[in-house]
Design a protein around this ligand. Structure first.
Ligand code: C2E
Ligand code: MG
Ligand code: MG
Ligand code: MG
Length: 288
């Protein structure tokens, strides 16, 4: 009966809790190890100008293949890193490796306009963590005009004044700024008014609902018009179908990223992708 069930279920619940806690601790130790062993890797997802189809840049995405558990979603391990003081080590790794890839594969020479790196919300609002990032940026100063930092809008909002100063300081060094997952956080017009950003990325959720929910089209049109008014770029995230791409073009969205156009890929694959892309463009202009 109920009275006997109580303590038992509590005991079971406690055991499940401590097992989950143990698993989390183990994963955390493995992540620390992975950072030390450099067994994390980067993939690059190209972004494109919608009319014309030329590559406008690419986004760097972190990957972790756990020795036993296989691929672990970045959303999962980044949250873990944020909670346990590992996030600046992760970001430092991403910036360092991306800059190394840029130079050793001569991506800029091959016409890659820019590389975007994701910065954690937590990091952006923490001066000590930003100092750690600055140390990494100092080592890469000639590359900074080709780097863009993507920040989710929730991050930029916690202290608008501090964010404006932070952005200004980094922009002086040539870096560009993008607001990631735009429309899902606390999008405030005040933030758009004050922050010296260079790009907004319309969240995948809007692109997904484009063909299902007519008012989504009005939202995307409005964001694209606003970006145009500001003289900044607007990128649609998560474009998966031709219909979405056509609709985005009609909405005035100038750039797109998504599985329809290119999957995230390793650096060597990116190099051959860009070479193929270039020969297509050259072929078109030669025949036209
Ligand atoms: P995000 O910055 O918004 O990155 C875009 C995510 O959408 C990536 O997931 C990408 O693989 C995925 N994606 C791209 N095109 C499509 C598409 O057409 N359809 C669908 N369904 N998905 C698409 P990923 O790599 O799993 O990363 C998830 C999130 O984890 C990222 O979202 C970002 O917030 C975070 N993240 C990834 N790498 C890093 C990193 O190096 N540092 C930090 N701080 N966060 C990272
Ligand atoms: Mg991003
Ligand atoms: Mg994000
Ligand atoms: Mg995003």
């Amino acid at each position: 009966c109920a009275r006997e069930e109580g303590p038992d279920s509590i005991r079971l619940f406690n055991r499940a809790l401590s097992e989950a806690e143990q698993a989390r601790q183990n994963l955390l130790a493995d992540l620390r190890q992975a950072i030390e062993n450099k067994s994390l890797s980067l993939v690059y997802q190209p972004q494109f100008h919608v009319p014309g189809g030329k590559i406008s840049g690419c986004e760097v995405l972190l990957r972790w293949r756990h020795p036993q558990q296989g691929w672990i979603s970045p959303q999962h391990f980044i949250q873990l890193a944020e909670r346990h003081n590992l996030i600046s080590a992760l970001t430092a790794f991403v910036v360092r490796q991306a800059c190394l890839d840029l130079t050793s594969y001569n991506l800029l020479g091959q016409g890659l306009p820019r590389v975007s790196v994701n910065i954690s919300a937590l990091e952006f609002n923490n001066p000590a963590l930003m100092d750690a990032l600055q140390l990494e940026l100092d080592k890469a100063s000639p590359l900074l005009p080709y780097l863009q930092l993507e920040i989710t809008e929730t991050a930029a909002l916690t202290d608008l004044k501090a964010s404006v100063m932070q952005l200004a300081r980094l922009k002086q060094q040539g870096l560009r700024f993008s607001i990631d997952d735009f429309g899902t956080g606390y999008s405030s017009l005040m933030m758009l008014k004050e922050l010296p950003i260079d790009e907004v990325k319309i969240d995948r959720a809007f692109i997904r609902d484009l063909m299902k929910q007519p008012r989504t089209i009005a939202i995307v049109e409005a964001v694209a018009a606003m970006a145009k008014g500001f003289g900044i770029s607007v990128v649609a995230e998560g474009v998966e179908t031709q219909e979405q791409l056509q609709c985005l073009t009609a909405c005035g969205c100038q750039e797109a990223q998504g599985y329809l156009l290119a999957m995230p890929m390793g650096i060597e694959e990116l190099v051959s992708f860009m070479q193929k892309q270039q020969s297509v463009t050259v072929g078109v202009s030669a025949s036209g």
